[in-house]
Design a protein around this ligand. Structure first.
Ligand code: BGC
Length: 393
């Protein structure tokens, strides 16, 4: 049974209960105490350390809590948002939490102590923030969920993200539109689906968007899933989730599937990878198993347009990417933070989709974009996201 977008509730006990397939993580240390950047951009707390209520002039401290430095996109997100807020006259405290929610909660506590007016949070486990956000609310600090929704608390004021369901839809639709090019001689198509980290609220939307399109085709027999790792419905994603979005976890899972289910010349034809860090691990596994770009390399999806993946696309190892221009998200969030601080109406464009289990969080959704070799130059180079040289064009 495929679930509609509106049925994708935001708190899933299944997600919490289900074990992830791979426990290993690519996290390297070093996220912990984020030192002031070399350019001295991290702002200081107000001298009196007191919380300033919102409503009034721009200025004051804004906390930016990012999940990890180990994924390229969060480094870009953090630096960009920090730069925009500083240009608007705010001080900032930008912190990365090594993918550990406890660490992020401590960082948010420090931001509250330092008198932040607003904290912008890309959470790690969005279900484990209730107490710290109560502290924020008690201190009059406004809370923005950035990219990932924060669940189970009324103390989240706004949410800004890319349309996560659409990210999955774009991946699923791309697969449907191009599957014929990847058919085996007997007409069969072997598909292997992956899902992201079970503690990330976005995962159900990514997977739901793709699986609402692909699941019915698996049922009809258009695709076969030799590993058997095909969730019965869009809610079954947690059983194939890769903990921490780790490349290494995706690599070992793909290696296991190839070794166990692809004997006798059977080929993987299509891999649904929800994001780029997983796609990198899957590429390693395919390479290790002797797949060759341009010959028997499968259709492989991704998300984020991370540099390594865009380079891989140029080399024929990744077929498509869903690009989320993080500059747009940063600009939107900076604008909303500024509106909130000034007591103006905060711009949202969706007040229905993102129910965090306690309330529907007013949201701003931005459209993601499909990038392939056909439009890579126009989308990623002409927009100034990368140079042609960066990506090996
Ligand atoms: C983000 C993706 C990212 C993933 C891993 C998700 O919440 O939306 O852009 O690839 O986390 O960091």
């Amino acid at each position: 049974m495929a679930l509609s977008r509106r049925n994708l509730i935001s708190i899933s006990a299944a997600a919490l209960a289900a074990g992830a397939l791979a426990a290993c993580s690519d996290e390297r240390g070093g996220d912990t105490a984020d030192p002031a950047p070399a350019d001295g951009t991290t702002g200081a707390a107000p001298a009196d350390g007191e919380t300033t209520p919102t409503g009034g002039e721009a200025g004051g401290l804004i906390g930016i809590a990012m999940p990890t430095k180990s994924l390229e996109r969060w480094n870009r997100d953090g630096a960009h948002l920090e730069g925009l807020l500083k240009e608007m006259g705010y001080e900032t405290s930008l912190q990365y939490a090594d993918n550990k929610q406890d660490q992020q909660n401590n960082q948010i506590q420090n931001m509250i102590n330092d008198g932040a007016k607003v904290v912008v949070i890309a959470s790690i486990d969005g279900t484990a923030m209730g107490p710290i956000l109560q502290t924020a609310a008690d201190a009059g600090v406004k809370v923005f969920a950035y990219d990932r929704l924060i669940n189970g608390t009324e103390n989240v004021d706004y949410y800004a993200t890319f349309d996560n369901y659409k990210v999955g839809q774009l991946q699923g639709q791309y697969i449907l539109d191009h599957m014929d090019d990847y058919k085996n001689d007997d007409g069969s198509i072997n598909l292997e689906p992956f899902a992201g980290s079970p503690d990330d609220n976005n995962v159900r939307y990514f997977f739901g968007g793709a699986w609402d399109l692909l699941g019915p085709e698996v049922e009809k027999g258009t695709f076969t899933v030799p590993s058997g790792k095909a969730p019965a419905d869009s809610d079954g994603w947690a059983s194939i989730g890769i903990q921490g979005w780790a490349s290494s976890g995706a690599q070992s899972e793909m290696e296991n599937r190839i070794n166990s289910f692809y004997g006798d010349g059977k080929k993987v034809n299509i891999v649904l990878s929800p994001n780029d860090s997983l796609a990198l691990g899957i590429q390693q596994a395919l390479e290790g198993a002797g797949y060759t770009p341009g010959e028997d390399w499968p259709l492989l999806t991704g998300q984020d347009a991370d540099l390594a993946n865009v380079q891989a696309m140029v080399q024929g190892k990744q077929t498509m990417d869903v690009w989320k221009d993080t500059r747009m998200l940063g600009e939107q969030v900076a604008k909303m933070v500024d509106q909130l601080v000034k007591g103006e109406e905060v711009e949202t464009n969706d007040t229905e989709t993102y129910d965090n289990g306690v309330k529907v969080v007013p949201s701003f959704l931005i459209d993601p974009v499909v990038v392939t070799m056909d439009n890579i130059e126009e989308q990623l180079v002409e927009s100034g996201f990368y140079t042609a040289e960066d990506i090996g064009l």
